[in-house]
Design a protein around this ligand. Structure first.
Ligand SMILES: [Zn+2]
Ligand SMILES: [Zn+2]
Length: 267
């Protein structure tokens, strides 16, 4: 695994140097001479495809099906939406691109979070930019705020995956990235190990807003960005901190969403 990633990483750097040195036509030659293997399926990324996740894997990502709830973007069954009734009233809207479990969406996030594949973030942002929102959200959104990692975890990883995704989306939405607003107030346990009830108490009060960010947050509608939403507990804790610091309203965007009981997820 280590060797494969090292090879891909070196090759990516060699490719970009090669393409910038040789100019037009270089990409085709680079495909031939410096092939990249897909970080999800490990097969060679076919000639002409860009990025480090192959087109076949992207085609296997399960987008959230329609019809979806206007507010939270969750697929609707025969009943009223059960997903957004737990969102705080100051959360205007939420959107996610795909299911993460089961499926390829989760593997893509895993590559971004745990395998040092920062290059997975731009194609994720590209897909998030396709999501549609209520008109008022599009008109009002003032900035994107990534959910912060604990500083020890960010040092270990070398980056915050949510900030990478948010950065790519900012460029497409033409709004600023406010990655200096929220900080972790304390270290929390990894949410994946916990029951839904434990998750809530694990993250309650986990975030605080920097004093220097209060002025720009006042009255603003900001969009909180995370890689995945499972129980809404982490996003809820972040949103509460932003709201308490003066934000008027908050929306959420994540790449992945965990299916809840009763959701129809195609395998
Ligand atoms: Zn693949
Ligand atoms: Zn809903």
């Amino acid at each position: 695994m280590e060797g494969r990633e090292g090879g891909n990483g070196t090759r990516l750097a060699q490719r970009s140097r090669f393409i910038s040195a040789v100019g037009a036509g270089a990409r085709a030659l680079a495909d031939l001479l410096l092939p990249i293997s897909c970080v999800v399926c490990e097969r060679l990324v076919p000639e002409g495809e860009q990025g480090i996740v192959c087109g076949h894997c992207w085609s296997r990502v399960r987008e959230l099906p329609h019809p979806r709830c206007q507010r939270c973007g969750h697929p609707l069954g025969n009943y009223a939406c059960q997903w957004c009734k737990y969102l705080p009233p100051f959360v205007r809207a939420a959107r996610s691109y795909c299911w993460v479990s089961p499926g390829t969406g989760g593997k893509i996030i895993h590559a971004l979070k745990y395998s040092q594949w920062r290059d997975v973030a731009p194609p994720i942002a590209q897909r998030l930019a396709r999501l549609t929102w209520p008109d008022d959200v599009v008109e009002e959104r003032a900035a994107l705020v990534p959910v912060p990692l604990a500083s020890s975890r960010e040092r270990e990883r070398g980056y915050n995956q949510s900030a990478l995704i948010a950065g790519g989306l900012c460029a497409r939405w033409h709004v600023p990235l406010w990655d200096d607003c929220l900080v972790r107030a304390r270290v929390t346990r990894t949410q994946t190990e916990l029951t839904p009830g434990e998750r809530l108490s694990n993250v309650a009060g986990a975030f605080r807003v920097r004093d220097s960010a209060r002025a720009k947050l006042r009255g603003a509608h900001v969009v909180l960005v995370d890689d995945v939403v499972t129980t809404r507990a982490t996003l809820g804790a972040g949103a509460s901190a932003l709201f308490d610091a003066g934000s008027r309203i908050i929306s959420y965007v994540t790449f992945g969403r965990a299916a809840a009981a009763g959701d129809r997820v195609q395998q």
